[in-house]
Design a protein around this ligand. Structure first.
Ligand code: MN
Length: 372
């Protein structure tokens, strides 16, 4: 029996990598639903290619989020891959779990904004949340093998972004064009800026706290520019265990799609002692500079304060990054705005989806006030 797969955001970066995997393993998987935000031509092409008529164009002027809801409900899927970018990915995650479908999750906002809601739904409908983000996929697999009780702390690796070696003076002057030249991973615009400010890592710290049930004080971040070690766990006896491979999103996607099994893949294995690109192969690890990259410090703050702080962090960052992309603010205004928004009181835990949205829009309004 083939596993039936829905791909949300099929024309985006995660969506494309997922379809690449599904092409390679067409004996294991069948596409039973596809959604794209606005690229109609590409969606129609993919619909033909996979002979999948359960599709929707999810931008508000077409089918909107109701279309995504229908695609998920009509799919009878085993796994839904959520590769939708931003807060718009939250509701589709909820629909997936409401339909009792396992969720392969690349959308950070789902966990950052509403982890308690989605985990409750997952438990109620007996389905699994499988992280697709490379760091969390690595930690997820390690935690599965070693058991949650053996974990002392988790260690997230970070490439450090394109400005890793810049001074604070240089950072003040960087533009969106500078930031869009990201060295290792090939991603969309917003996440590329997030990886330049380390806000992406900050969101991943929050995610790690929520996905693995560890306090923020037990999450470490280490700068590892080679992106070969995807993350590590530290067990109670003080030993580190890591997951390594070439930096390619196909690895975590394949891992989520085949969970709990391991499948032989045609992806090139990492050759440690005869690496074609770099020989000898070096892996370096360094402490992140929280003064140069204040978004990471703010992420730790939001992660440890919990409640609605992660929502406020995410919303403020989204508003600020959009303004940065539109050349309205500078690099350090992103953290200034986020810090100001976090200084408000976010100590109430939103229980329902509507409350999550309410806090989200309050934080966006505060952030927009800081733009001028
Ligand atoms: Mn990541």
């Amino acid at each position: 029996m083939k596993k039936k797969i829905v791909v949300l955001g099929c024309t985006g970066s995660i969506g494309k990598s997922t379809l690449k995997i599904l092409d390679e393993f067409s004996d294991l998987f069948q596409v039973v639903g596809l959604t794209a935000h606005s690229n109609k031509n590409q969606l129609d092409e993919l619909s033909k290619k996979y002979n999948c008529k359960n599709i929707c164009l999810s931008n508000p002027s077409a089918d909107g989020v109701e279309g995504i809801k229908r695609v998920i409900a009509d799919s009878c899927a085993d796994i839904c891959v959520n590769g939708i970018a931003g807060a718009a990915g939250l509701l589709p995650s909820i629909y997936t779990l409401e339909n009792g479908i396992n969720l392969a999750l690349a959308n950070k906002e789902t966990i950052v904004m509403a982890s308690h809601i989605v985990y409750e739904l997952a438990a109620k409908n007996k389905c699994k949340i499988l992280p697709v983000d490379s760091e969390h996929s690595a930690i997820f697999n390690l935690v599965e093998k070693f058991g949650k009780d053996s974990i002392e702390s988790v260690v997230l690796t970070a490439s450090g972004g394109p400005f890793r070696t810049f001074t604070k003076e240089q950072l003040k002057k960087v533009t969106v064009e500078d930031a869009l030249k990201h060295p290792t991973w090939n991603m969309g615009q917003k996440i590329t800026i997030d990886s330049a400010t380390l806000a992406n890592k900050a969101l991943e710290v929050i995610e790690a706290v929520k996905l693995f049930g560890v306090p923020a004080s037990k999450v470490e971040v280490t700068i590892h520019p080679q992106s070969l070690v995807h993350s590590l766990i530290r067990t109670k006896d003080g030993v580190l265990y890591s997951q390594m491979s070439h930096p390619d999103m196909c690895h975590p996607i394949l891992s989520a799609l085949t969970w709990p099994d391991f499948t032989k893949s045609s992806l090139p294995p990492l050759d440690l002692s005869n690496n074609p690109v770099e020989n000898p192969l070096t892996c370096t690890f360094a402490k992140p500079d929280l003064e140069k990259f204040p978004m990471l410090a703010l992420g730790f703050k939001a992660a440890s304060l919990g409640n609605a702080y992660p929502i406020a962090f995410n919303a403020a960052n989204e508003v600020a990054v959009e303004a940065f992309i539109n050349h309205k603010i500078g690099f350090y205004d992103i953290s200034r705005i986020t810090e100001n928004v976090l200084s408000k009181d976010w100590s109430k835990l939103p229980v329902t989806y509507d409350e999550v949205l309410l806090f989200d829009s309050m934080a966006r309004d505060f952030a927009k006030e800081q733009l001028c």
